[in-house]
Ligand binder design. Structure first.
Ligand code: NAD
Ligand code: IPM
Ligand code: MN
Length: 367
């Protein structure tokens, strides 16, 4: 019997359950065709968990995650909380607490344009062709977690605190430089060192780390400029390292280089158990309509196979199956253009089935 890998699924809210179901289909196809053993367990997070238990990260969920070999998350977030900003218990807290509790300080967000989607983006093909960027977003520090935070007693003022320690910067910078050594040997570190004290410490610390990697070129860039450079000339970037807030914003922007936010996967690492999730959110505007693109979650599952299980061939098969799906002309609505024949536009479920079928065929063709 092959060694079993136990995956905790956290479908969450909105389109989360829809895209996670499709990634599971693909993982099951991988297990069947590569003779691997996978087991799955679903747990609550986000609004779904609040509705059932009052807590966006119930103890049972956290316990299951600690025991897991890897975690696959859909999305958290619900419109109800937008209507009332004073609600103290919120879905997003579940995800933030999970990242912190599992010490997942590094969030890898690969931004790779599939050639088949050159025309899917709103940006010009000649600008985005060949885009291949690996973002390292710091995930357990910065303004997301700094204290003090909250409102004053009179409710006239609110504050958040941005903090970074040298060690927090060092560990993510090292990861970025290591990765750059295996890629094009260029790191862009993004900050706001012309204004922020945390960014000046960030910059100084990244410079220190860089000394141990003399064959990797380091460029510093201010975040406002980086936002512009990303869409002006994305090919200048290879590895990008940045803090929690800047990384959140820049990667949604970068997603558009790949055609859709529905294409961008992520891997959160740094400790024992890895957490894999699409970059997008719960998309309440399309939830329940079978219009969500499941590819970001499927590609997140591929990252899981490679990074948590070391199953390189299986991970490559999933990526190749996604390429095949696109090369065959299939498009979810977010990827469709005026030229897409209506018969080629597929919903979430059909897209997942087609990719799972492509995994099986790939292996049959290979054998
Ligand atoms: P969003 O990412 O959910 O959606 C932004 C836009 O992109 C929407 O128009 C949506 O329809 C579209 N989109 C997103 N994913 C898609 C997919 N897979 N296929 C097709 N279209 C897709 O961001 P938002 O609307 O700003 O936030 C909605 C909720 O999601 C909020 O509650 C927010 O806090 C939460 N959120 C959660 C995560 C997460 O769980 N990691 C990430 C971002 C936002
Ligand atoms: C993301 C999301 C989260 C973040 C929210 C939902 C807490 O936007 O994963 O990118 O800001 O980190
Ligand atoms: Mn985000």
């Amino acid at each position: 019997m092959p060694t079993n890998r136990h995956i905790v699924l956290l479908p969450g809210d909105g389109i989360g359950p829809e895209v996670v179901a499709e990634a599971r289909k693909v993982l099951e196809a991988v297990a069947a065709t590569f003779d691997r053993s996978l087991s799955f367990e679903e747990q609550l997070i986000g609004h779904a968990a609040i509705a059932a238990t009052g807590d966006p990260l119930p103890e049972a969920t956290l316990e299951a995650c600690r025991r897991a070999d890897a975690i696959l998350l859909g999305a958290v977030g619900h419109p109800r909380y937008e209507a009332d900003p004073t609600l103290p218990v919120r879905p997003e807290q579940g995800l933030l607490r999970l990242r912190k509790a599992l010490a997942l300080f590094a969030n890898l967000r690969p931004v790779r344009l599939f050639d088949e989607l050159l025309d899917a983006s709103t940006l010009k093909p000649e600008v985005i062709r060949g885009t291949d960027i690996l973002f390292f977003r710091e995930l357990t520090g910065g303004i997301y977690f700094g204290e003090p935070r909250g409102r004053d007693e009179a409710d006239t003022r609110a504050r958040d605190t941005m903090t970074y320690s040298r060690e927090e910067v060092r560990r993510i910078a090292r990861m970025a430089f290591e990765a750059a050594g295996r890629r094009r040997r260029v790191v862009h570190s993004i900050d706001k060192a012309n204004v922020l004290e945390t960014s000046r410490l960030w910059r100084e610390t990244v410079e220190e780390v860089a000394r141990a990697y003399p064959d990797v070129a380091l460029h510093h860039m201010y975040v406002d400029n980086a936002a512009m450079q990303l869409i002006r000339n994305p090919r200048q970037f290879d590895v990008v390292v940045t803090g929690n807030l800047f990384g959140d914003i820049l990667t949604d922007e970068a997603a558009q280089l790949t055609g859709s936010l529905g294409m961008l996967p992520s891997a959160s690492t740094g400790a024992k158990v890895g957490l894999y999730e699409p970059v997008h959110g719960s998309a309440p505007d399309i939830a329940g309509t079978d219009r969500a693109n499941p590819l970001a979650t499927i590609l997140s599952a591929a990252l899981m196979l490679e990074q948590s299980f070391g199953w390189t061939e299986e991970a490559e098969a999933v990526v190749a199956a996604v390429s095949q799906f696109l090369a065959d002309g299939w498009r979810t609505p977010d990827l469709a253009s005026e030229d897409t024949p209506s018969g080629k536009i597929v919903g979430t479920r059909r897209a997942g089935t087609l990719v799972a079928d492509a995994v099986r065929q790939m292996v049959m063709g290979h054998a």
